[in-house]
Design a protein around this ligand. Structure first.
Ligand SMILES: Cc1cc2nc3c(=O)[nH]c(=O)nc-3n(C[C@H](O)[C@H](O)[C@H](O)COP(=O)(O)OP(=O)(O)OC[C@H]3O[C@@H](n4cnc5c(N)ncnc54)[C@H](O)[C@@H]3O)c2cc1C
Length: 257
């Protein structure tokens, strides 16, 4: 029997597993597939709370605090696993191709400045000087120097390696069907063929969590990323700096990674 069972081996499940194992807990991670099936494998890797937020909120504060932990955290993961998650503090270019999108960027920069955050408004020419391969017709942009990114697939590999070093047991191909309860609290999980007991159960199964018996409904969150698009596609082509356009597409890395 393990102290903690974690359902889901994406970035959230593995991060929690590593942290708990580092604090002396025995941890079992159960995942229905393998790391390449997780949303975390498909992510673009932007750590970009400022460019994703239109209003201040406690959630924004949480995201900002989390993003600021990444330099030290990814360094530790690199040391433990030998895999570099490729944390890069190259800033993010938030581009607009309509007047409406530019208004939104200006509004966001206003409240972010008043909250003590930095972001610079750029003219289309200034944005093009930073990213000469932009093919969008721009109305302007913002350069947010504090936004950064990682390479998600390397992050997952580094986390998997760090979990192994800390003694986390990871089992792939195990789909949890139900959370088991005893005396009003979680006591383990059930798959179609077996039971696993534990004192604590962490649900980190992402968008598929509502399929697990006995849980509250989840709130769906959507996102979009494009890799390896044809060169005629009107999006940002950037190899180093994360680039995004309001409510449209972004590219941070080539299709092969
Ligand atoms: C295209 C795309 C681009 C994105 N870009 C960004 C970005 O730039 N920046 C950013 O911050 N976020 C981005 N996101 C969002 C980010 O990827 C997710 O928020 C994050 O990966 C969620 O991690 P997770 O560990 O919660 O879930 P997941 O990575 O989905 O992991 C959940 C795991 O649970 C397993 N599982 C599910 N059900 C069960 C079950 N019943 N039993 C056992 N295992 C189960 C799955 O197999 C999976 O491995 C992007 C998402 C997408 C789709």
């Amino acid at each position: 029997m393990h102290d903690v069972i974690i359902v889901g081996g994406g970035v959230i499940g593995l991060s929690i597993a590593r942290e708990l194992a580092g604090r002396g807990r025995s941890v079992l991670v159960l995942d229905r597939g393998n790391p390449r099936d997780a949303t975390s494998w498909a992510a673009a890797g932007m750590l970009a709370p400022q460019s994703e937020t239109d209003t201040p909120s406690p959630f924004f504060d949480l995201c900002l605090t989390s993003a600021r932990l990444y330099p030290e955290w990814t360094k530790q993961l690199h040391e433990e696993s030998g895999v570099d998650p490729e944390y890069a503090d190259s800033g993010l270019l938030f581009v607009a191709s309509t007047e409406d999108a530019m208004c939104r960027i200006r509004r966001n920069i206003e409240w972010q400045h008043s909250a003590g955050l930095t972001a610079e408004l750029l003219s289309p020419e200034e944005a093009l000087r930073l990213e000469p391969q932009l093919t969008l017709c721009l109305t302007g942009a913002a350069l947010i120097r504090e936004e950064c990114h990682v390479t998600p697939r390397r992050l997952i590999e580094a986390l998997t390696g760090a979990c192994a070093v800390k003694g986390v047991e990871i089992r792939s191909g195990v789909r949890v069907v139900d959370v088991l309860h005893a005396d009003g609290r979680a006591a383990g999980v059930r798959t179609s063929t077996e039971h696993f007991s534990s004192g604590y159960v962490v649900i980190a199964s992402g968008v598929r969590s509502p399929e697990i018996g006995g849980l509250f409904p989840a709130i769906p969150v959507t996102s979009a990323s494009c890799c390896g698009l044809p060169s005629s596609w009107p999006v940002a082509r950037s190899s180093k700096r994360a680039t995004r356009e309001a409510r449209r597409s972004f590219i941070t890395q080539p299709a092969s990674t």
